[in-house]
Design a protein around this ligand. Structure first.
Ligand code: XMP
Length: 327
């Protein structure tokens, strides 16, 4: 699959049978391209890189080396899920790098959102590069590029979706098995490959992760408040039939405090902001009409279970004027 243009004759993958055909074809193409050589993949655990990993494990097994960089800004349970699915269940060759300390110390005291993004993106490439240099005989780099990435960027590949910033001397041939697929097709293929629903139907998650939801300078305790409140929100949305229905939902913990009362004592703690939006293309977005009862239940859980939090707010702002993320 060398062309970057989707042939008009290419049927849209809408059924498990069509997904199986695609998988069969890819097995042949990947084996022909790779032979007995080695492939490297940055596996974030998002749907695109997970589908690429599963295809390659099926096609070339241990010739694939997956590198999962935990930058400390992932959602609760994400790194564990990557290890469980790929190393334990698929028996993939997985290098797990816990780079949490490294990222958080680089980010210490940095409050500008763009600066935070630059540090996270740059550090990610450096960690990946270090791992790539430790490995011998790698000739290919696999990427989870999908068709909208090609169309939107006119041939170039989107930042954060790739490791395109690797230095010149680390030259790899690219392997991009899903580059002609749309997102809905990637999900059907992922399901057919046996990936769990939590991976296949996961909502969009920004490259800088929870880092842009812990506004201003990130501190470890406030980052934990983001992670724990997000986990409660996801659990409650799943229980109440909103998972897969609402396009994107998450919590933000801003760098402000307010007075409250907790355990009969005055408290000086953070608020948690809930954001739940629907959109087609992320250029504009509307706010999900979440039931008041559910919001009250989630509020009760968050203030009871998340240390350092005394209030919960719901963001009623569409895009425009608010962006989806807070930073
Ligand atoms: P905004 O906040 O711009 O977000 O309305 C639109 C969509 O893009 C995601 N987003 C990002 N994704 N790196 C990413 O990979 C980023 O720096 C980034 N910033 C925002 C956001 O989650 C939403 O889906």
């Amino acid at each position: 699959m060398s062309s970057n243009v989707r042939p008009v004759s290419m049927e849209r993958i809408t059924t498990p049978a069509l997904a199986r055909n695609f998988i069969e074809e890819q097995m042949k193409e990947l084996r022909a391209q790779i032979g007995n050589r080695k492939v490297l993949l940055a596996l974030s655990g998002g749907v695109d890189s997970s589908v690429v990993a599963a295809l390659l494990v099926k096609a070339v097994g241990k010739q694939l080396v997956c590198v999962h960089v935990n930058h400390g800004l992932l959602r609760k349970g994400e790194p564990e899920q990557v290890v469980k699915v790929f190393r334990d269940e698929m028996n993939a060759n997985l290098v797990y790098v816990d780079a949490t300390e490294r990222f958080l110390s680089k980010l210490e005291g940095v409050s500008d959102p763009e600066q935070k993004r630059k540090i996270i993106g740059g550090e990610f490439i450096r960690v990946f590069e270090e791992e790539a240099r430790k490995l011998d005989g790698i000739e290919f780099l696999a990427q989870g590029t999908i068709y909208p990435d090609i169309v939107e960027s006119d041939g170039a590949v989107k930042a954060h979706h790739n490791v395109g910033g690797l230095p010149e001397d680390l030259k790899f041939e690219l392997v991009e098995p899903i580059k002609l697929l749309y997102k809905d097709e990637v999900r059907i293929v992922g399901k057919e490959l046996g990936l769990p629903d939590a991976m296949v139907f996961c909502q969009p998650f920004p490259g800088p992760g929870l880092g842009v939801r812990c506004t201003g300078a990130i501190t470890r305790d406030r980052l934990e408040a983001v992670r724990e409140s997000d986990a409660i929100l996801r659990e409650e949305f799943a229980k109440n039939g909103l998972e897969g229905k609402v396009w994107q939902y998450f919590t933000v913990v801003p760098d402000i405090k307010s007075t409250g009362v907790k355990d009969n004592k005055r408290s000086w703690d953070w608020p948690v902001i809930i954001r739940a939006v629907n959109t087609r293309d992320a250029m504009t977005a509307t706010v999900e009409n979440v039931s008041f009862d559910l919001l009250q239940h989630i509020t009760a859980r968050i203030v009871a279970e998340v240390p350092g939090v005394n209030r919960v707010l719901f963001d009623l702002t569409p895009k425009p004027t608010g962006t989806i993320e807070w930073e």
